[in-house]
Design a protein around this ligand. Sequence first.
Ligand code: GAL
Length: 751
Amino acid sequence: MRYRKVLNFNTDWYFLNKDLENAKNIYPGDNKLVRVNLPHSNKIVPHHYFEEKDYQFISWYYREFYVKKYKGKRVIIEFDGVMSVADVYVNGKYVDGHKGGYTSFSFDITDYINFNEENVIAVKVDSTRRIDIPPEGGVVDYMLFGGIYRNVRLVIVENIHISWSFIEVIEANKKSAIIHPKFELINLYNEDKKAIIITKLMDEDNKEVTTKETALIIKTGKNIIKQEQISFLKPELWHPNHPYLYNIYAQVKIGNRICDDSNTKIGMRKLKFKDDGKFYINGESFKLRGLNRHQMFPYLGGAMPDRGQRKDAEILKYGLGLNFVRSSHYPASPSFLDRCDEIGLLVLEEIPGWQYIGDEEWKILAKKNVEEMIIRDRNHASIFLWGVRINESKDDHGFYLDTNRIAHSLDSSRQTCGVRNFQESEFLEDVFTCNDFEYNLEGKLKFPQNIPYMITEYMGHMYPTRSYDSVERIIKHAVYHAKIQNCQYGMHNLAGASGWCAFDYNTHADFGSGDRICYHGVCDIFRLPKFAAYFYKSQMDPEIEKVVFIARYLIPSFNEDYGDEIIVFSNCDEIDLYAGEKYINSAKPDRINYSNLPHPPFIFKNCSWWEWGASNIASLKAIGKINGKEVVQHEIFPFGRPDKLVLKPDYTELIADGADCVRVVIELQDKNSQILHLSHHPVFFEIAGPGKLIAENPFSLEAGKGAVFIQSGREFGEISLKAQVDGLPPIEIIINNMAMQEEIVPVNGNI
Ligand code: GAL
């Protein structure tokens, strides 16, 4: 049982999509407003061909609330992200504001509340291009979609409460661990108070491992409390392969009464980049293999609720087999980071910025971003490095001394880096991180210096590739990624490398392919894999999943294709290739051309199937074997006609909070269940029940596939989504919209 009350404040808002004189005093019942729930995008956009102007405007959000039963307590509002400036009013009075769209912030609104009556909160959201706030000022190769696009909650506390906790991991090895709990406590009384802070370390089964009690005086105002260090034996260490999380449950007691408590998930691990260039987890060197991730989603922009944030982490870890992600180029949503902790996906998190450094005021905000990012996120087991430079910016001695100093003072357990694009740049961080595009199309990276070194980007604009590009291009795209990773695995004084990037993303007019998309992903904007995605996945440990993928389509004409070489991405140790029932050949991983990769691709030469009877071939089949035993297979067929439309929802349930969202993947398949990779058929949708379709309707398939989203309504019940392509029978899926369990902030006194 938690003592502190945390209430969901996402539901039942009203939205005004413009600025009006006296907007702060508009009554939410007014018919100028539409009902919305958070996370919310100020504009739903098509997945491409739109402009930043579409969402760059000022809007207002309103919510009535009634908190009579909390009279005598403190009421704090917490926002996880508002793009780009939030100004908060309660009952028409200005409370405070926040600049910057990627960090969380909170305000104590108690003194503005009428506890006996209904209250109205109004938030003015400025989503225009604010050149005074990072990352804006120059050009930016990503979009800053507008709105209150992350969660909001009300937290009910007492006059003495915890504003943050930081459980620093001092030591963690097989024998023992030491943690150092630190808290910021607020005392709003006019006098100092005697208190006890009790910190319980709980294991994953919620069993108490150890407890520490500390008596202290809490002075009026802000107090930074450092408890004594806590040591315990035989910790379960956190590792990407063993993401074990402990919970620190802390209570603050005055006399015998608990007045606040907190839960903090932590992982016992030691992370270190050393001078030999390598990265170590718990004393063992660990090669980092990653991709960059932008948080943008089609249609919804940044406003993807927790479910989709968590799903992204799972796609990166299990769909792409990565062990780390760079949260480019800004702090990620808290729910994405929580999932990374749980599944063991390391995260490099960095401050917002892109090539441009502004004036002194701008730099103050950038430094505040360092502070806000680290205070919010330093308990995450998955975060292994703080990025404290503006991505690819010029040197700025004083500025970057400050960002490093702030980071170290807030977290001495992690190292800093700063992503640059020139080798001569001044090295003020702990780890030299550099984007490296120069020799990518030769499959190479530059050789690092003898310092802690990591490559943070390669590929991207060097070879943009759409899912529906030529077969030759999508194969080459995958091969470049494979060659560069092979190269980095061969550099023993290089900690790792992350490619640009995981998912295609929306961008400004100055970048991309002209339709407001950068097609730099190994997955498309819907997170659906291109061939390169399977290369990454094939580097996974086969203990987790056995992978085999023929990076090829079985099409009849030689000229339309990639010659007579077949590449198979797999983590098996041998592949048998069959044409129909006919055995063709076996291959071992290509350790000559890819001598460093954990799982080199398999190359079959002289496979001119068009000479073996072209369309007579029933299929091409790759059978993956480990220790001589068949463990997995992939079979491709000559393409047939459209046979069925398939809808694949990521989940079959939603929470009826009016914002929860599920991706529904669409595929047009032939009778062998192959996606028809050149189809752009329009798909027509009909939705019924308590849900909303977030999509283009009709949606034109890209490379035979795509995705739409279903967003929950506030009523529970069944949502039906029907889809149809001309000439095929319609199909339907049902999503169960489940009643919310979380306690929400009442709108009025009738609830
Ligand atoms: C890099 C930049 C990324 C992205 C990439 C495209 O220079 O850091 O944000 O624009 O190029 O390849």
